[in-house]
Each structure stands twice: as structure tokens, then as C-alpha cells.
Write a new protein. Structure first.
Length: 445
């Protein structure tokens, strides 16, 4: 059934003083001057979480550098400690030290699993290490079903017995066997989970129709350091030669391409300029193309192939795109990009093909005066002259960023609750925006 939402009603230009403040922590965002400056990126959340999970495959002490100090990272650390690992985190050095020799459990408490989607990524490593795993269905953002059935049925193909009761998953595999696995969809999580298990199995495992996101490639680098032999064959095939002796490693996490995209959009929506000297333009090709199509001036590769800078156009144009697996437009930048398109001249069409419920931010943007209609998995955005401050609720990590960006350009004051999503996905992004000139403040309840 196709649902067409009514056009947004333009709210008053500023929050009325008599409106009650939220009873929980919230962000206050005010219309800001053009953001300007240079900032460094932190490590990629979507890479570090799975790499932390992969350490279960080893027996000893590993060191991870460039680790972001975000809430999801703390949850994954808590998960490993619950399994018995010794964990030391030094936020000032962005360094995480994990001793996995003390891991003595294969069962993860449900309350930990339900706090973070990436917790499902311990299934493969636990099966490989203990031949057993007990986990609850993972929690996290409510952006779609994201079922782990692709993970489970392929573990069955590798020889595991899987039992699902309610939201609990129990897997047992006395002897996982290398197989040729064909994924229905190039799922990042399934690719990572199966590849980690295969890295600990002698023999050759092939994963066909695998995800090849940059974060997956960072995990491949780690597994190779541990001792697995992994090659990439066209089209979209991973060939893993596993070993029963995977070694502890030291690794520097790749920089966060999604933080880079969010910061570039913050400069774009405020008519500013920004330099990201340690951003890698090669992992954002389609996204950067769309920024250029909007009229923004983008420079790339100034620092030996690294670095992205943007000078915003005062008259951004509408663009359309389809989210898709890498190297397509990243689904994780769909919501922030939508905020910028709300003020672009003309009509934009966004087709979300990755997650079926990743437009929770639309209703909140409509509260701010955005002209957006949703028809199934497509959103049509007709650019408006102005957005206006409102009380909005973040429902997921990337949606929270979208609302913050809209607030930077909106007349008046925006108050955003659901701040825990913002803190889960970003390390002090509010402080980076403030450094660039944004009027933004985190308020305690």
C-alpha cells in the first residue's frame, strides 16, 4: 500500500517560551552563521564495532587505535567485558586495549544485546571460539527489520544447528565447515559475521554477493593481520583461507566517512566552508558527486590523495539519488542529505532501497516547515524558502544528525530529544559543530 503524507504545515518561526522543556537531556540548536574551519575526523563507528567483535577470535592482547569515544563503542566494550575480556580504553589517546585470553562465556546477556545492533556480530566469533553461542536478537535503531536470517541460514550451511525461540538465538557447531555461501543480499553484517567465522576454519570459504563497503575492507585488513588469507574476486566474491590460530593484532581504525559527510553537509546547509584534511574522498564518490551537482565547490585529494574541502553555494539546487550498497549512495547519509535538500531549489527525489523504515526523520523535518511527501520507499522534497525551529524527536542515529543540520539553518530555536541516538553514533559532533561556529548546546534534564 502506498502512503502519501500530507504537506507540512509551517510552524511558528520560533519555539514559544511557554512550551515546556523536555524531561530528558536534549540538544538546543539555533540558526547559525556560515560554519567555517578545519576539523579532524575520528575512527569509523561502523568499522570499529565489528573489529572489536573480531578480537574474540584471538587469544591475547590486541591494541586498536583511532577508536571513537561514542556510546555504541562503550556498549561493545561492555559486551566483551561481560564475556570475560579485560578491556582498557584511553579516550584521550583514542586507544583501546583488549585482552581476550580471559574470555570464558559464549552467552551474552539480553539486556546488553538489545542496546546495540552490532552486538549480533559476536555470533560468528563465539561459534568459532566455543562451538556455541547464545545471543538475543540485537537492538538499536528502529530503521527497519534488519533480520539476521541471512546470517543464520548460512551458519546452518556451514554446519551449525540454530534454534530461535522468541528473541533468543542458540547456535551449536561442533565442527564448522568451509562452504560456498551465496547471500540473498549484500548484507554488511552477514558478510562480516560469516567472514569472521570462516577466518577461523581451515579450508576455503567463498562468500558470493558479499558486501564490500570500506568498513568491511577494514575488517579484512584486520583478519589478514590475524593470519587469515582473504582475497576479493569479481564480482563481489570473498575467498577466505582460514586458520585455527588467529593472532592478536594492533590496528588503526579507518576514519569515519559518515562523519565526513555529515560535516560537509553542515557547512553546505549554512552556506559555509570546511576543510577535512584526513578525509578519504575515494570512499565517498557518489555522495561528493551529488554535492557538486547541488552547486557546492568540492576539492579532493589535496594531502597526498587525502582531504576534502567544501565551499557552499548560496543557491543550492535539488538533486535525486538512490541509496544502495557501496559504492552507491550510502544509506547512512540519506537523512543528513535530506535536510540539506529541504532548502534546495527545485524538487529532489530520494529512493531508499536499503532499509524499509529509514524515513522516521521526515515527520520531524515537516514540523520545521519542510515540504516532503513520502510514497512507499521514495521521498519527494520540494525546496522551501526557510525552515523554522520546532521541538523534534530523533528516532535513530542518522535521523538525529538530519535534525541537527536542519536546526542549524532554521529560523529560531530547535530542541531535539532522543539525544542518546546522537551520542551513540558520533563522538562529540556537537562540539565540533560549535568549534566551526554553530549555535548548539547539549542540555541535561
Amino acid at each position: 500500500m502506498t502512503i502519501i503524507r500530507d504537506e507540512a504545515i509551517i510552524p511558528s518561526q520560533q519555539l514559544l517560551p511557554e512550551q515546556p522543556l523536555p524531561a530528558e537531556s536534549y540538544l538546543v540548536v539555533e540558526q547559525s552563521p556560515p560554519l567555517a574551519g578545519e576539523v579532524e575526523l575520528v575512527g569509523a563507528k561502523n568499522a570499529v564495532l565489528v573489529i572489536i567483535a573480531s578480537l574474540i577470535l584471538t587469544d591475547g592482547t590486541s591494541i586498536l587505535n583511532n577508536v571513537p569515544d561514542s556510546d555504541d563503542v562503550h556498549q561493545m566494550m561492555a559486551l566483551l567485558m561481560d564475556l570475560g575480556a579485560q578491556v582498557q580504553f584511553y579516550p584521550e589517546k583514542q586507544q583501546l586495549i583488549v585482552n581476550t585470553s580471559t574470555i570464558n562465556r559464549y552467552s551474552v546477556r539480553a539486556e546488553i544485546m538489545r542496546k546495540i545492533r552490532a552486538s549480533a556480530l559476536v555470533l560468528g566469533p563465539l561459534l568459532a571460539r566455543f562451538t556455541r553461542a547464545e545471543i538475543a536478537m540485537p537492538g538499536g535503531d528502529q530503521i527497519g527489520a534488519r533480520p539476521i536470517d541471512i546470517h543464520l541460514k548460512n551458519f546452518v550451511r556451514m554446519g551449525a544447528t540454530v534454534h530461535v525461540e522468541g528473541d533468543m538465538v542458540t547456535a551449536h557447531a561442533p565442527s564448522l565447515a568451509p562452504r560456498t555461501l551465496v547471500l540473498d543480499y549484500p548484507s554488511v553484517g552477514a558478510t562480516e559475521n560469516l567472514m569472521m567465522a570462516a577466518a577461523a576454519i581451515p579450508g576455503t570459504t567463498r562468500i558470493i554477493h558479499a558486501a564490500l563497503e570500506p568498513e568491511v575492507l577494514d575488517l579484512i585488513t584486520v583478519l589478514r593481520q590475524m593470519g587469515a588469507q582473504i582475497t576479493i574476486e569479481p564480482p563481489m566474491t570473498l575467498v577466505i583461507q582460514g586458520t585455527t590460530s588467529l593472532q592478536p593484532i594492533e590496528h588503526t581504525i579507518m576514519n569515519d566517512r559518515l562523519e565526513a559527510g555529515s560535516l560537509l553537509l553542515a557547512a553546505a546547509i549554512t552556506g559555509g566552508q570546511i576543510d577535512l584534511p584526513n578525509a578519504d574522498p575515494s570512499v565517498l564518490d557518489v555522495f561528493l558527486l551529488k554535492l557538486e551537482e547541488m552547486g557546492h565547490h568540492v576539492r579532493m585529494g589535496m594531502n597526498q590523495g587525502k582531504g576534502i574541502s567544501l565551499v557552499a553555494t548560496p543557491h543550492p539546487r535539488a538533486v535525486s539519488f538512490i541509496t544502495s550498497p557501496y559504492p552507491g549512495f550510502p544509506t547512512d547519509l540519506q537523512a543528513p542529505m535530506m535536510a540539506a535538500l529541504c532548502l534546495a531549489e527545485g524538487q529532489s527525489v530520494i529512493h531508499e532501497t536499503v532499509y524499509e523504515n529509514r524515513m522516521l526523520h521526515v515527520r520531524e523535518l515537516q514540523k520545521m516547515g519542510a515540504n516532503i511527501k513520502v510514497e512507499g520507499d521514495k521521498a519527494r522534497i520540494l525546496g522551501v524558502e526557510a525552515l523554522y525551529g520546532a521541538q523534534v524527536i530523533a528516532g535513530d542515529i542518522r535521523g538525529s544528525c538530519s535534525l541537527v543540520l536542519a536546526g542549524l539553518a532554521a529560523h529560531g530555536k530547535t530542541i531535539m530529544t532522543g539525544v542518546h541516538h546522537f551520542k551513540r553514533g558520533y563522538q562529540a559532533l556537537d562540539k565540533k559543530l560549535a568549534y566551526l561556529g554553530a549555535k548548539i548546546a547539549l542540555k541535561a534534564a
